[in-house]
Design a protein around this ligand. Structure first.
Ligand SMILES: Nc1nc2c(c(=O)[nH]1)N[C@H]1C(S)=C(S)[C@@H](COP(=O)(O)OP(=O)(O)OC[C@H]3O[C@@H](n4cnc5c(N)ncnc54)[C@H](O)[C@@H]3O)O[C@H]1N2
Ligand code: MOO
Length: 469
């Protein structure tokens, strides 16, 4: 039987207990399942509503150490993917000096202009440190990005002027008169020294690295990444080769480390733990990670040791089961004031659901990242719902619509492997065209409409769900 109770239920704290109401059956009250119940197990204790579970996870770690710790200074080439611990303020004006926007000639006053060769004899090149002033009626050849000489009033593009070889420059077929400041990027056009370029909490992307370098940075102050340890439970799991003798391949070990890193974590290790209560106890007790993520063992089968072990450790259960399919046995516990554990169910897509429901909001807080903007998308086809629970359904974006994918049963990864996002289907389901919230996957462009999901264009629209789990 699947039950979520601890040996001593009085140890339960938090949402599970708070959500008991007069109508709610208490743990142990085996109320008969309602006729429309989609699954066999009785609702022994109320689960946490899916939006509440995400909120609880996001708030659980508010004062956690990763955020409060001193920032880590990282060289630019080591900062990609980290989060700025401090605002990025410009260390210089940009551009740092008046700059030519085009290859051509710097001019002083109206033409024609007497040509000068400049110090180099090749005009003014980008990178020239000191440039001689230009007097009225004179022109000097100039390269894109070169410093504008004092006295210059405009730049004439090379294709709009003619050097007749007699030492004079004429404006030829200028589409518009050469105006003051034309094709000159004035100093400070993009920013002044001290301007705020990016707020703390910004994720360092390749473009951020470029901006930081342009603005004078050699290293960036980044938030210390929360340390995460992954414990994979399940004696049936094989780590090489084909499934054999009842064993199956561990799909979560290879998936979770990189996924957690994409969510901003530093994954210290992914360890396989035997299905023994003492082994799990020792692994959790001996971990110093900010977040321990376990997989499997959340239910109440004979070797499901997560609940009893948390009880033995004196952990506080903040979320013990969530009204979401797949993944409802997921849990969040506080091991110590600044250390948490997310228990992911063993079914692989259920584990993804737990990752996005509990680990993602917690890591978002720990890494100081803002809540992603909610971007609803219309469903390309109707999706059936669970009567009481939220469903998370892998979708791909096509022509700005969220298209549910096949092979999205709780034990399957074939759908999510080509998904751009998980659509949040409210209890009762959602009709075609209904705008639903989507949880984008860290590697998804999120723009939709471009295909690229690898799904077959001739997909036949066969119902996309395996069932309600
Ligand atoms: N009587 C009931 N039994 C179950 C219920 C229920 O409501 N009543 N819920 C089911 C649901 S839903 C889920 S999800 C699972 C959660 O179980 P556990 O978290 O205890 O996970 P396990 O029993 O260890 O494994 C479940 C399943 O997943 C496979 N698995 C586990 N780890 C991996 C891995 N790393 N890679 C690939 N596959 C993995 C495992 O072999 C099992 O097939 O409980 C249901 N039971
Ligand atoms: O909730 Mo279970 O997660 O397989 O569907």
């Amino acid at each position: 039987m699947w039950r979520r109770g601890l040996p001593d239920d009085s140890a339960l704290q938090g949402s599970r207990r708070r959500r008991h109401t007069v109508q709610d059956p208490r743990p142990g009250d085996l109320a008969p399942a309602p006729d429309n119940a989609p699954d066999a197990h009785p609702p022994e204790a109320p689960l946490t509503a899916w939006p509440d579970a995400r909120r609880i996870a996001a708030r659980a770690a508010r004062a956690a150490p990763a955020r409060a710790a001193a920032p880590v200074l990282r060289a630019l080439d080591d900062a990609l993917g980290h989060v700025l611990a401090e605002p990025l303020t410009a260390l210089t004006d940009l551009p740092p000096f008046d700059t030519s926007a085009m290859d051509g000639w710097a001019l002083a006053g109206p033409g024609p202009w007497r040509l000068t060769a400049g110090r180099s004899g090749r005009g003014i090149l980008a990178g020239t440190g000191v440039v001689e002033p230009l007097s009225d009626g004179h022109a000097v050849q100039i390269a894109t990005g070169a410093r504008i000489p004092p006295g210059a009033t405009a730049v004439l593009r090379s294709e709009y002027g003619a050097d007749t070889g007699d030492g004079w420059l004429y404006a030829a077929k200028a589409p518009q008169p050469v105006g003051f400041g034309q094709d000159i990027r004035p100093r400070g056009q993009e920013c002044r020294s001290g301007d705020l370029l990016l707020p703390a909490g910004t994720r360092v992307t390749p473009a951020v690295l470029g901006l930081a370098a342009a603005a004078g940075y050699d290293e960036l102050a980044t938030v210390r990444r929360p340390r995460v340890e992954v414990l994979v439970l399940g004696d049936e799991l094989l780590h090489r080769g084909l499934p054999r003798e009842g064993g199956i391949r561990d799909a979560l070990g290879p998936m979770l480390g990189p996924w957690l890193r994409a969510l901003g974590a530093e994954v210290s290790s992914t360890r396989r733990i035997a299905d023994e209560a003492d082994a799990l106890y020792a692994a959790i007790d001996g971990s110093s990670a900010d977040l321990v993520v376990t997989t499997g063992g959340t239910a109440a089968g004979p070797v499901d040791h997560v609940h009893p072990t948390l009880h033995r450790l004196g952990a506080e259960l903040l979320v013990d089961g969530v009204e979401v399919r797949p993944g409802h046995p997921m849990l969040l516990a506080r091991l110590a004031p600044e250390r948490h554990l997310v228990g992911l169910p063993g079914n692989p897509l259920a584990a993804v659901s737990g990752l996005l429901t509990l680990a993602e909001p917690l890591l978002r807080t720990l890494t100081g990242r803002p809540e992603p903007e909610r971007r609803p998308a219309p469903l390309a086809e109707a999706v059936s719902g669970h009567p009481h629970n939220t469903r998370l359904v892998p979708v791909t974006f096509r022509y700005d619509e969220a298209r549910p994918l096949r092979f999205s049963g709780p034990a399957m990864l074939r759908g999510v492997a080509v998904a751009d996002a998980l659509a949040v289907i409210p209890p009762g389901g959602a009709g075609r065209g209904t705008e639903v919230e989507v949880l984008e996957l860290p590697w998804s462009s999120g723009t939709g409409g471009t295909g690229g999901s690898g799904q077959d264009d001739d997909d036949d629209g066969i119902p996309t769900q395996e069932g309600h789990a």
